[in-house]
Design a protein around this ligand. Structure first.
Ligand code: ZN
Length: 426
């Protein structure tokens, strides 16, 4: 066992909700208004000079704006940072070929403003773990004559003691739809296992399978979409049958669908980490989906629409990668993300990228060296090699194992776990 410092977010309820909710409302509305001012500035600058300002430019520009003083300066800065991040996320999606992605919008419903999350950094909060209280700073505009802060009495989960936490770095006030809650972003020291080994595995997410894994020893595994697809189909049909898509029943079905998806992601990430432990893997290499596709002109962009009506967007894969990272970290396994450039086009055996090399019925066929491999596994192996280039020894070994059929794991609804295809009955 070794110790490692990681970031964790703990959620807490607010015990004196009725005393502080008006004040928190004002801050939440103020954050939305500042967002909208920033959003408007982006439009203006864009139409003047064809450039969307980044975070620093926005802050420099809006520092003296009246709305900036509604919140603590660090909280205001964070709102503008989120706006800049939202624009960056949008550019990324556009570059990935997602033409339906919309730029970040205004936070306004008619004349109403939603309650945005307000973030308090070091200078903006004061934590009193003895009495479970936290003081959250207001902006100078919202201070009244007797108080310049909001005093929240919080309650964390019974097993979480903020007093033992190394360092609370941020506090966020988050509106859940019914009430306010607090998120404490902390540095905590955790016990992590020794790394299971030196080996690597490459993971390709989301072409024909949810995940394809290529291990260093030539073994490969596939995790198909089957259960996600069935679930999606089932819930979409039931939701479509609801008279009103905003009805309570439709909302409940949507929540259930998303809970089941989250459960699937948790189970799969846990399963993969377990497999890595068994196989002595110390590094997982994942293709970076949010990254820039540098080979745009080749029209070889991941085709998310391919999965029919399965509305699995790239953020679902991001979420899965987060869970995988979190679980791997506890086992002493590191997760590295690499650019996916050329990983689906080149031959993982001889390294050649040729137009003549092609994918037929899910198989990658190389005209140079004669390799025929599952296309997703070929991609996963290329991703793996970006971190751990194959040694000459390995390629000899691979000539035996490489063409072998990958094993397929399915989610077994009976047991709620992943199992080899031949063992799954449900
Ligand atoms: Zn080849």
């Amino acid at each position: 066992m070794a110790k490692q410092v990681v970031t964790r977010t703990y959620t807490a309820s607010i015990r004196n909700q009725s005393r502080v909710s008006d004040d928190l409302d004002s801050l939440g509305f103020a954050a939305s208004k500042l967002w909208n001012v920033g959003r408007w500035v982006c439009d203006r600058v864009w139409s003047e000079i064809g450039h969307i300002p980044g975070h620093n430019e926005l802050t420099a520009y809006l520092k003296s704006h009246e709305r900036y003083d509604d919140l603590h300066s660090q909280s205001s800065q964070r709102v503008l940072q989120e706006l800049a991040e939202a624009f960056n996320g949008w550019y990324g999606k556009r570059r990935n070929g997602d033409t339906t992605a919309n730029p970040p919008g205004y936070r306004k419903h008619g004349d109403e403003h939603p309650r945005s999350t307000v973030t308090f950094k070091a200078a903006g909060f004061k934590l009193d773990t003895k009495y479970d209280r936290v003081r959250l700073s207001k902006g100078s505009n919202l201070k009244d004559y007797w108080s310049d802060f909001i005093l929240c009495e919080y309650q964390t989960r019974p097993d979480i003691y903020l007093s033992t936490v190394e360092n609370v770095q941020q506090v966020r006030a988050v509106w859940t739809g019914d009430e306010w809650e607090l998120h404490f972003v902390c540095k905590v020291e955790i016990e992590v296992s020794e790394s299971p080994g030196e080996k690597t595995v490459g993971i390709d997410l989301g072409i024909n399978n949810f995940a394809a894994l290529a291990y260093e020893d030539g073994h490969a595994e596939l995790y198909p979409f089957n259960c996600l697809k069935q679930d999606d189909y089932y819930f979409s049909k039931r939701i479509a049958r609801c008279d009103d898509s905003n009805s309570e029943q439709a909302t409940r079905l949507n929540q259930k669908k998303s809970r089941r998806r989250t459960h699937y992601f948790h189970t799969l990430s846990k399963h993969i980490v377990q497999r890595c432990v068994e196989k002595g893997v110390g590094t997982i290499v994942v293709g970076d989906l949010s990254g820039i596709r540098e080979d745009e002109e080749n029209d070889e962009v991941k085709d998310w629409g391919k999965h029919g009506n399965l509305d699995l967007h790239s953020w679902a894969f991001d979420r899965f990668t987060d869970l995988l990272e979190y679980k791997a970290e506890m086992e002493g396994i590191s997760v590295e993300t690499v650019s996916e450039r050329d990983t689906s086009k080149s031959c993982s055996c001889c390294g050649r990228t040729r137009d003549a090399n092609r994918v037929e019925r899910g198989l990658y066929v190389c005209d140079d060296c004669g390799t025929v491999a599952n296309a997703d596994v070929n991609g996963a192996e290329n991703i793996r090699q970006k971190v751990s280039p194959s040694s000459p020894n390995l390629s000899v070994n691979r000539s035996n194992g490489w063409l072998a059929q990958p094993s397929t794991f399915l989610f077994d609804k009976e047991t709620g776990a992943f199992a080899p295809q031949e063992q799954v009955t449900s």
